[in-house]
Design a protein around this ligand. Structure first.
Ligand code: MRU
Length: 350
């Protein structure tokens, strides 16, 4: 089943078209679309998490480069003249998800390859590359879904964390893509969605997305995972990742490491769904992955409502790193990697 949920759409042609983003800060209560026509606007949408999820961030940034090229052309410049500044603005939005830098690298190579073209021809080429990044992401998610679904037992009760679905990607999803494919094969009895404090991607987004596609979902708070595992009600955990290092250490939404430790204790498989665009062979291990620290307000407030005392000290690392030793398998569009990950991940790129 292909989901209709898509966070990002380009409408119109390369020279005059625009980007439409579904505002994920307003879900599930309101479905509001915003229109973007500048690279700075796209950068702000990523920073503010109007669009979020590792692959979706990369796709949005690629379209942001197209706007940067259009802005250059409007000043009579070739896109190469302004690309370093455009890249710097987009790259400064969120540090952990490597897809952002992977997509910007791809767009940079395209800018370099257009040096001999007119600005308008260069814009057409950059737009085609951004469209390719978008469409390849959906194809990769479908392939990852097929590889991952083969690992799911009949009647599976699956726990997942954060949002890894159509909303976090070009469409279909990473970990939720595997769940979607297994659901189509009649294997899924229930999906447990962690609420995913503090930003509540599980409660707001995963619950909304699975309900929309009629996949059975039960919302739990993050602290309930151990209880349901102890009760024998969870058969496996699948999560996504924002960056997986060369040794298989997995950075993902804060709280993922807790789940991996719980799985180890309860002898439950812990799978990670990772398109190759999220695997960073240049980063040797998890210690080298930059962890985004987000605002205290996202911890002290839910929406506009304050929950904690004024002036309280707060920490808000948005991601954690799960050591490779706790990961049962890394599901990619090219197959499932198993430990030792240094060798199996490198083999995927060979
Ligand atoms: O802070 P977010 O909502 O962008 O974090 C998203 C996640 O952590 C996802 O699990 C991750 O991007 C991988 S799946 C698309």
């Amino acid at each position: 089943m292909k989901t209709e949920v898509t966070p990002v759409r380009w409408l119109g042609d390369a020279l005059t078209g625009y980007l439409e983003l579904l505002d994920q800060t307003r879900l599930p209560l309101e479905e509001v679309q915003h229109r973007y026509t500048t690279h700075a606007g796209v950068g702000e949408s990523i920073r503010a998490m109007i669009i979020r999820g590792a692959p979706a961030i990369g796709i949005a940034a690629a379209y942001g480069v197209v706007f940067g090229a259009r802005e250059a052309a409007a000043q009579g410049l070739h896109p190469a003249a302004t690309f370093p500044a455009v890249r710097a603005l987009l790259a400064a939005t969120r540090p952990t998800a490597v897809n952002l830098f992977w997509a910007l690298d791809r767009m940079e190579r395209t800018v370099e390859a257009t040096a001999h073209l007119t600005p308008h021809e260069a814009i057409e080429r950059l737009h085609a590359e951004a469209q390719a990044i978008y469409h390849e992401d959906i194809e990769n998610n479908l392939a990852m879904g097929r590889h991952g679904a083969a690992l799911i037992p009949q009647g599976a009760r699956i726990l997942t964390h954060c949002n890894t679905g159509g909303l976090a990607t070009g469409g279909y999803g990473t970990a939720l893509g595997v769940i979607r494919c297994a659901w189509d094969q009649g294997k899924v009895e229930m999906v447990y969605a962690d609420e995913t404090r503090p930003y509540l991607q599980g409660a707001r987004l995963t619950a909304w997305e699975l309900r929309k596609d009629n996949i059975p979902v039960t919302l739990i708070t993050d602290s309930m995972a151990a209880f349901f595992m102890q009760q024998g009600q969870v058969d496996l955990v699948i999560v996504g990742t924002d960056r997986t290092a060369a040794n298989g250490d997995v950075a993902n939404k804060i709280g993922t490491y807790n789940l991996a430790v719980l799985c180890h204790y309860h002898k439950i498989p812990f799978y990670v769904a990772a398109p190759c665009s999220t695997i960073d062979l240049a980063t040797p291990d998890g210690a080298a992955i930059p962890i985004e620290e987000r605002s205290a307000r996202e911890v002290t407030h839910v929406g506009e409502r304050q929950l904690a005392p004024d002036g309280i000290l707060v920490r808000h690392p948005a991601f954690d790193v799960t050591p490779a030793s706790l990961v049962t398998g890394i599901i990619t569009e090219r197959g499932v990697a198993r430990a030792p990950y240094n060798a199996s991940l490198a083999a995927l790129f060979a």
